[in-house]
Design a protein. Structure first.
Length: 283
C-alpha cells in the first residue's frame, strides 16, 4: 500500500454496504488495494466472499422484522433483516438468526444500525455473521433498518408473520397502560397514522394536504366565484377531517368504532400520553 493512500471510515462503510463483508476485512482489502474500490472488491472475492460481492446489486425486499422491548419496558427496538425471497424469509433458521441479532441488540443496548453491525453474536460481529449467511444461502442479506423508541413505557407488536413491527412510547409503564399500548400498536399496524395528533403532523404534510383540498374546492363548479375566505374555511374543514382520519388519537378505535383512540386511552388512564411511535413494514 502506498504511504500516500488514506483509508477513511466512509470508504470502509461504502465497501461494507456493497459487499456485506466485515469492517476489518473491508479495511484490509482497501489497504491491500491502495484504496481502489474495484480492486478491493476483487480482493474480497478472492478471499472467499464472492457471493456477497456479486449479489450486492440485487434487491432484498423480503425478510423478517423483529420488534421487542427491553425487560423493563422502557426501550423498544425494531430490526429488519432483509433477503431476496419469501422462501428464505419463512425459513425457521433465518427467523432464528434475526432473533439472535435482536438478542444481541437488547443485550448491548445498541442505539444505531452501525453499532448493531459491530455487535457480537457467537464470537463474531453481526456484519460478519450476515456475510456468513450470504455465503451459505446464496442470496443478498442485509440488516436494512434499525429503529428505537425510549420512553417511560414502551409496547411492541409484530404483525403478519414478521412482516411488520410497531413500537409505541408511552408516558407510563403501568401494566394496564402497557397492555393498552399493545392495542395502540395493533391500531397503528392496521391504520398507518401519519402522526400522534394534529399538532404533531409535520408542517410539510399540512401544507401539502391543504394545497390539495384547496385545489379540489376551486375546481368544483359550485364554488365558482366564491370568495377566498369561504374557500379557505372549507379547506380547513377538510383538513380537520384529514387529521381525524390520519392521526392516531383522532382515528376511530378499531376494536370499538364508537370511540376514538384518544377516548380509549383516556378510559385506561386519563393522564397517559403517547410520546412516539414507529411502524416498519416490508416492501
Amino acid at each position: 500500500m502506498s504511504t500516500a493512500t488514506t483509508i477513511t471510515a466512509a470508504d470502509i462503510n461504502k465497501l461494507r454496504q456493497s459487499t456485506g463483508a466485515g469492517m476489518m476485512d473491508c479495511r484490509k482489502a482497501l489497504m491491500e488495494s491502495d484504496g481502489d474500490f474495484e480492486k478491493a472488491i476483487d480482493y474480497l472475492r478472492k478471499k472467499g466472499q464472492k457471493v456477497a460481492a456479486l449479489r450486492s446489486d440485487r434487491e432484498a425486499k423480503e425478510g423478517v422484522i423483529i420488534a421487542r422491548t427491553t425487560q423493563d419496558n422502557k426501550s423498544g427496538l425494531i430490526i429488519t433483516l432483509a433477503c431476496e425471497t419469501d422462501f428464505v424469509a419463512k425459513n425457521s433458521d433465518f427467523v432464528a438468526f434475526a432473533q439472535s441479532i435482536m438478542d444481541a441488540a437488547i443485550k448491548d443496548n445498541v442505539g444505531s444500525l452501525e453499532a448493531l453491525l459491530n455487535t457480537e453474536v457467537a464470537g463474531a460481529s453481526v456484519a460478519d455473521k450476515i456475510n456468513d449467511q450470504v455465503a451459505k444461502i446464496g442470496e443478498k442479506i442485509q440488516l436494512a433498518r434499525f429503529e428505537r423508541v425510549d420512553a417511560e413505557g414502551v409496547a411492541a407488536y409484530i404483525h403478519g408473520a414478521y412482516r411488520m413491527g410497531v413500537l409505541v412510547g408511552l408516558s407510563s409503564n403501568n401494566p394496564e397502560v402497557l397492555e393498552a399500548g399493545k392495542n395502540l400498536a395493533m391500531q397503528i399496524a392496521a391504520m398507518n397514522p401519519v402522526a400522534i395528533d394534529a399538532d404533531s403532523v409535520s408542517p410539510e404534510t399540512v401544507a401539502r394536504e391543504k394545497a390539495i383540498v384547496t385545489e379540489q374546492i376551486k375546481n368544483d363548479p359550485k364554488m365558482a366565484g366564491k370568495p377566498d375566505e369561504m374557500i379557505d374555511k372549507i379547506a380547513m374543514g377538510k383538513l380537520n377531517a384529514f387529521f381525524k382520519e390520519n392521526t392516531l388519537l383522532g382515528q376511530a378505535y378499531v376494536k370499538d368504532a364508537a370511540k376514538t383512540v384518544g377516548d380509549y386511552l383516556k378510559s385506561v388512564d386519563n393522564q397517559v400520553r403517547v410520546t412516539e411511535f414507529k411502524r416498519v413494514q416490508l416492501g
